[in-house]
Design a binder for this molecule. Sequence first.
Ligand code: ADP
Length: 306
Amino acid sequence: MDEIKIFAPATIANISCGFDVLGCCLDTLGDEMIVRKSSVKGVRITKIIGEDLPLDTEKNVAGVAALALLKNIKEEYGFEIEIYKNIKPGSGVGSSAASAAGVVFAINELLNKPFTKLELVEFAREGERLACGSPIADNVAPAIFGGFTLVKSTNPLQIVELPSFKGLYATIIHPQIEIKTEDSRSILPRKIDLSLAVKQSANLGSLIHALHTNDYFLFSESLTDYIVEPHRSKLIPDFDKVKSNALKAGALGCGISGSGPSIFTFSKNIQTAYNVQGAINKVYEKNGIAHHTYVTKINIEGVKVL
Ligand code: ADP
């Protein structure tokens, strides 16, 4: 095989009580990429459709992630990359992670899979280092493993694969505003109250138990963030109203995706996910805030061959 076309999924990171550790993979929202072997050594990005992003290998997360992988093989040939972008950069649903995860998955397939998924996450997070200054793994891990993942440790990298509910859907609302990553980081407190840390860790533990025991009620009860959301939600217009409308429409939970501005909600089935979409659309339609919404099931496969 000399060429492969893949789907590179969007992901939700910072799932409520799982700040910086818990993420999940989405299904219908994502980019497409074509990666092909070339007789010319090195990595070239030959086409980007949909967004204005750098073609320069060293400035594009896909190029950087591919180079990180290539350092670990005896290079006999090079690779060309085409990126068909659907995930808007800076939207909070892992735009850079999709490109980084997608390219390393594709090259691994073209090489007959010499690398494990964990190794692919290692390469992909070098792309994240370019996008945000540190080699975070909480978007690239679910993009590569699929389903829900927990970043147990970043050094050494340890990823825990978690089960997902059958039929779980996410509704995403992306208000068309820009939040600078530095602003969403700088708004966070440096120190937190011990009682909040206790509540947060209890929720993370019970959320993971809920995934293992298929307990929707406990999952819903655990999707509360006492530490980050109270601060970051101030940067997102009408966050509280969107959340209360989503919960009233039957969502199991609602929170900020990544560092925003996208908001995620989870629902037990597709019909509820669409009801939630209608309910949250109303908030921004009333206030005239431009936005996009998406309904997608949870993708348990991760990046996939098309
Ligand atoms: P999101 O908030 O949606 O997760 P990120 O903040 O992860 O988006 O990534 C956006 C940043 O990464 C932007 O500065 C963008 O220019 C840069 N970038 C470089 N290459 C890519 C790529 N292939 N796809 C998306 N963003 C990229």
